[in-house]
Design a binder for this molecule. Structure first.
Ligand code: SAH
Length: 403
């Protein structure tokens, strides 16, 4: 093994790393014992020269080191094979039967800067850190040996690559993509665009919640369902399959709306579904507009709110909260007594407590009393590591309208 450069930390900066957080910020670094090239493996030591771990170095990033292991390791194909097999076995334990899921979720799987999604027999890869990106060929070889996939696709146009000095790039790395991909989630088929779709294709982090939310449908006979921010129809189509009398799906993207329609058809639930290509804020406003002394007639038994993150940073949390409050206030007005609101927030900067506070304040304004009947998190293929708060972002609740 070659000698590695050593990154020495300032006093007091080792605790987070010792607790399991893989990031070493620029501000924590005292000095380097010898110059290191960006993308190289370095060792990290505390100011008393105790080894804390080894990881990828990048002077261009605010995160100077992304730790991979507590001890010295060789980063090669075998390393990736072992790590990826371990994360795959976690998914097999917690999501038995799933055929599409996130195989590697970056920090959650001790591979900071690497995401691998499995869509049936196709793999989608994203490298958002320079060191990881340098090892793309070994990662691809490891994936071929574990999965023998039909194709491996690169989706590297994430904003975070810029902070690492990496250009945007995407395309097929290995094999051939079928013209149209049908991805199975809980046995339902979703047509997915792996080259141009959201995230790396569709929202795998809601897979378990699709099923859990659809379990309300049999408890609400003749259920009228509203799926807001429906994208490909994840929540709505699960509700339709569970026996909803009718599901109305709303999304402002015309492409998503059309794909949703095709998905409804492919799953034989198109008769129960209607689609509207609208802005949810405008739609809810129109539906809840009333003259003085007039009451809005509640007509839904189940409403799902699964908006995109309204804030990417802490500074915009105030605006985001106003947005969350508005859609909750209006959705609550449209729910019948005994009906259920299933609502999600995927912004890391809005905590579960804060999210619930906003919903409560909307309920107060709407004169509704809520009973919380479920709490949700991201599916287990996006593991939450409490020592790494950034790994937790998706939270959700289901509330029954008491009155
Ligand atoms: N519920 C979906 C994911 C939603 S992602 C699922 O489980 O797959 C967010 C979706 O909201 C995207 O499809 C986007 O097109 C849509 N969207 C964003 N802002 C919107 C708005 N103001 N009105 C309607 N749709 C919106």
């Amino acid at each position: 093994m070659n000698t590695l450069s050593t990154v020495l930390l300032k006093p007091g900066e080792a605790d987070r790393v010792l607790a399991g957080h893989p990031w070493v910020y620029h501000g924590s670094v005292l000095r380097l014992t010898q110059p290191a090239n960006d993308g190289d493996i370095v060792q990290v030591k505390d100011h008393r020269q105790r080894l804390l771990g080894v990881g990828f170095y990048n002077s261009k990033s605010k995160i100077n080191v992304r730790i991979l292991a507590p001890d010295r390791i060789e980063v090669n194909q075998r390393f990736f094979e072992e790590r990826i097999r371990a994360s795959l076995s976690l998914r097999q334990r917690y999501m038995p039967g799933a055929t599409s899921f996130r195989v590697v979720n970056s920090e959650s799987d001790s591979m900071s800067g690497l995401i691998i999604d499995k869509y049936e027999d196709v793999l989608v890869l994203q490298t958002s850190a320079l060191g990881m990106d340098r090892h793309k060929a070994e990662i691809v070889a490891a994936l071929q040996s574990i999965f023998s996939p039909r194709a491996i696709v690169e989706r590297n146009e994430v904003a975070s690559r810029k902070f690492e000095g990496l250009p945007d790039t995407s395309g097929v790395l290995v094999g051939e993509l079928p013209p149209s991909m049908q991805v199975k989630l809980n046995g339902l088929a979703f047509e997915t665009d792996l080259i141009a779709g959201h995230k790396t294709g569709l929202y795998l982090d809601q897979q378990v919640n699709y099923r859990l939310v659809s379990e309300f449908v049999p408890k609400l006979p003749g259920a009228q369902v509203l799926d807001c921010f429906s994208f490909l129809g994840g929540f709505g189509l699960h509700a339709a399959r569970a026996g909803a009398a009718h599901v109305h799906l709303l999304d402002q993207s015309a492409d998503a709306t059309e794909a949703g329609k095709r998905n409804a058809k492919a799953n034989g639930v198109e008769e129960q579904c209607s689609f509207e290509n609208v802005n949810v804020f405008d739609w809810l406003k129109t539906q809840t507009a009333s003259k003085p002394n007039e009451k809005v007639l509640p007509r839904f038994d189940l409403i799902v709110l699964d908006p995109p993150s309204f804030t990417r940073n802490r500074a915009a949390v105030g605006d985001a909260l106003r947005g969350y409050k508005e859609i909750h206030l209006r959705a609550l007005k449209l729910l019948k007594p005994g009906g259920v609101l299933a609502t999600f927030c995927c912004s890391h900067h809005v905590s579960a407590e804060l999210f619930q506070d906003v919903i409560l304040s909307a309920a107060y304004d709407a004169h509704k009393l809520l009973r919380r009947v479920a709490t949700y998190g991201q599916s287990p293929d996006h593991p939450v590591m409490p020592a790494i708060p950034e790994t937790e972002y998706l939270k959700g609740y289901a509330f029954e309208i008491v009155r």
